[in-house]
Design a protein around this ligand. Structure first.
Ligand code: ADE
Ligand code: ZN
Length: 328
């Protein structure tokens, strides 16, 4: 048994970003939509940099039109995650791509996604929960729509609210209304920060939005005071090392700050972000971390503990997943 075979918890996965290129090509073919411009000749997604990645991502979303498309996508994602040893996963769902922010339409998409998640739980022994995510570069007004959708469907399955998208647009604080709306509905909070924004963006996320988790957050390594603040506030980082390397934040895994952040007491977890875009899987993330930092089964068990503690599910689900981890 290698570290890649260990059971895993993933807290940071974008639903559309987890769509295999073959899946998107098949839908494009069925709907007669020409998406040839977003693929390389080897069939993988083709992008130059972060801004281009976001536009290729949104182009791929053009074929994800109906609740049925999302049902099929959810099954495909969970089969792949389970094959990688993932036993519990949280996925980022954007009402912008599921009905355009309309609450009634959003409910239809969500029902289809939850149906598929139930089926996958029976077939593949993997549990999924949803985090509604607004898209930063769509602006604060559109984010409010996502927050309404989140608040209307908050419960056992939609357990969190977050924000992805281009961190260069506006400030975290511009989205305060949406985050407060979600918090009042009982949702737990996370936001992307400290990926392309610097340490200041992470500080704004925890102070202005009051999030308990941060997507990426790795640029915190540039600021010792911020690291102490993250430790004091018990903030958990959803770190996606493979994504950061492909998008050029760090030259390779060995240069990635995840181990230094962990050594300074920050709660770190590991996820894939948008696995087919970044040519990664949870198995590969574990293998690369083992190679770069000699992390062993004990280190990965501690990582799972941190992730399970920070998961946005209820305590019954947490216990169930804990038992599954012990069994696997
Ligand atoms: N949406 C999908 N992947 C993302 C990333 N890595 N950063 C910000 N927004 C995203
Ligand atoms: Zn992300």
């Amino acid at each position: 048994m290698t570290v890649a075979d260990l059971p895993k918890i993933e807290l940071h996965l974008h639903h559309e970003g987890a769509a295999p290129p073959e899946f998107i090509r098949q839908l494009a073919h069925e709907k007669r939509i020409d998406l040839s411009g977003i693929f390389k000749s080897d069939g993988s997604y083709d992008f130059r940099d972060f801004a281009h990645f976001l536009s290729v991502y949104e182009a791929a979303c053009e074929v994800l039109k109906s609740p049925e498309d999302f049902r099929r996508l959810t099954l495909a994602i969970l089969e792949e995650s389970a094959a990688n040893g993932v036993v519990y996963s949280e996925t980022f769902l954007s009402p912008d791509f599921c009905g355009g922010g309309d609450v009634h339409a959003w409910r239809d998409y969500l029902n289809a996604i939850q149906d598929a998640a139930d089926e996958a739980e029976r077939k593949f022994d993997i549990t999924l929960r949803g985090v509604v995510t607004c898209v930063r570069h769509f602006g604060p007004e559109q984010a409010k729509q996502s927050a309404y959708c989140a608040a209307e469907t908050a419960g056992d399955w939609i357990t969190g609210f977050g924000m992805g998208g281009n961190e260069g647009v506006g400030t975290q604080g511009d989205y305060k209304w949406a985050f407060e709306c979600a918090r009042e509905a009982g949702l737990r909070l996370t936001t992307h920060a400290g990926e392309f924004g610097g340490a200041e963006s992470v500080r704004d996320a925890v102070r202005d939005l009051g999030v308990e988790r941060v997507g990426h957050g790795v640029r915190a390594i540039e600021d010792d005071d911020l690291i102490r603040e993250l430790v004091d506030r018990e903030v958990t980082l959803e770190v996606c090392p493979g994504s950061n390397v492909v998008l050029g934040l760090f030259p390779d895994f060995a240069a990635h700050p995840i181990a230094r952040l962990r050594d300074q007491g920050v709660n770190v977890t590991v996820s894939t972000d948008d696995p087919p875009f970044f040519h990664t899987t949870m198995r590969r993330e574990y293998e690369m971390l083992h190679q770069a930092f000699c992390w062993d089964a004990e280190d990965f068990a501690a990582l799972n503990d941190t992730a399970l503690n920070a998961a946005f599910c209820d305590d019954d689900t947490r216990e169930r997943v804990k038992k599954r981890l012990e069994r696997t």
